[in-house]
Design a binder for this molecule. Structure first.
Ligand code: PGA
Length: 256
C-alpha cells in the first residue's frame, strides 16, 4: 500500500540518560542521513535535563529533539514541572503528552492531557498524544471504545495534521516484548483514522498515527507495512544508536 503521509520515527528515552549518553544522541544524529531523511521525520525525546544540550548537538542534523511531558500552564508555582514554552525555548520542537506511564503514575486524565496538548500547540510545539488500552480493557473487548474515548477526550479541537501526532500504544505491549498481531494493529489504526476524519475532516485524514510498544529493528518493517501506521514511537530500542538506526533503516521499505 502506498502511503502519502510523511512518516515519523520517534524515540522516547523515558527516565534514562545522563551526559554520558550524549554520544548516543550524536551517533543517532549522524546516522539520520539523506536520502532517507528527506522522506521521513525523526525525533528523539531525551530527559529534560539533556534537552538544551541535545538540540545544540543536533543543530546540523535532521534529527529533531523533543520532550516527554509538559505542564498545561505557561509558568507559575508548579514545582518540578516544565512548560511547553520552556521546551520551545530549548529549541525542542515536539512534546509527548498522555503517555500511559504519566496517565498511570501521575493519574493524568484525558482532560489534563488535552490541556497539555493545547499548551504545546500554543507554544508552537507538535504534540504527540498517546492513547491505548490496558490488558484488562483489551481482554474485556473494550479496545475500540477506549480509543474512541481517549481520542475525543485527549485531542484538542483545533488539532491539525501539522500540529498533532497520535501514538497508539497498547499499555500491555509497552516494554514487554509482546506486540499485537498485524490484524489487531490494522483494526485499531483504521478505527482511529475513521474517528479522526469524522472529527477533523481533511486534517484528520492527514494526521500521523504512530504505533508504539516493543518496537524493534526486527518487527519495524512489518509494522510499517500496516495501513494507517505512519511511523513508530520507540522506547527501549531508542536508547542505543545502533538499535534506533536499525529501526530507521526499516523505513526504507516504505519508499522502495
Ligand atoms: P517500548 O516503549 O518501546 O520500550 O515498549 C514504548 C513507549 O513507551 O513509548
Amino acid at each position: 500500500m502506498t502511503k502519502t503521509i510523511r512518516p515519523l520515527l520517534a524515540g522516547n528515552w523515558k527516565m534514562n540518560g545522563t551526559r554520558a549518553s550524549l554520544d548516543q544522541i550524536k551517533a543517532i544524529a549522524d546516522g539520520v542521513k539523506a536520502p532517507l531523511s528527506e522522506k521521513i521525520d525523526t525525533l528523539l525525546c531525551p530527559p529534560a535535563t539533556l534537552l538544551y544540550v541535545a538540540t545544540a548537538l543536533c543543530d546540523d542534523s535532521p534529527l529533531a529533539i523533543g520532550a516527554q511531558d509538559c505542564h498545561q500552564q505557561v509558568s507559575g508555582a508548579y514545582t518540578g514541572d516544565i512548560s511547553a514554552e520552556m521546551i520551545a525555548d530549548c529549541f525542542g520542537t515536539h512534546v509527548i503528552v498522555g503517555h500511559s506511564e504519566r496517565r498511570r503514575n501521575h493519574a493524568e486524565s484525558d482532560m489534563l492531557v488535552r490541556a497539555k496538548a493545547q499548551a504545546a500547540h500554543d507554544a508552537g510545539l507538535i504534540a504527540i498524544i498517546c492513547i491505548g488500552e490496558t490488558a484488562y480493557e483489551r481482554n474485556s473487548g473494550q479496545t475500540l471504545d477506549v480509543l474512541k474515548r481517549e481520542l475525543i477526550g485527549s485531542v484538542p479541537d483545533g488539532a491539525t495534521a501539522a500540529t498533532t501526532v497520535i501514538a497508539y500504544e497498547p499499555v500491555w505491549a509497552i516494554g514487554t516484548g509482546v506486540v499485537p498481531t498485524s490484524e489487531d494493529v490494522e483494526e485499531a489504526h483504521a478505527f482511529m483514522r475513521a474517528e479522526l476524519i469524522e472529527r477533523f475532516g481533511k486534517e484528520g485524514a492527514n494526521m500521523r498515527i504512530l504505533y508504539g510498544g516493543s518496537v524493534s529493528g526486527a518487527n519495524a518493517r512489518s509494522l510499517l507495512d500496516i495501513p494507517h501506521v505512519n511511523g513508530v514511537l520507540v522506547g527501549g530500542q531508542s536508547l542505543k544508536a545502533v538499535d534506533f538506526l536499525a529501526i530507521y533503516a526499516a523505513f526504507e521499505r516504505q519508499f522502495a
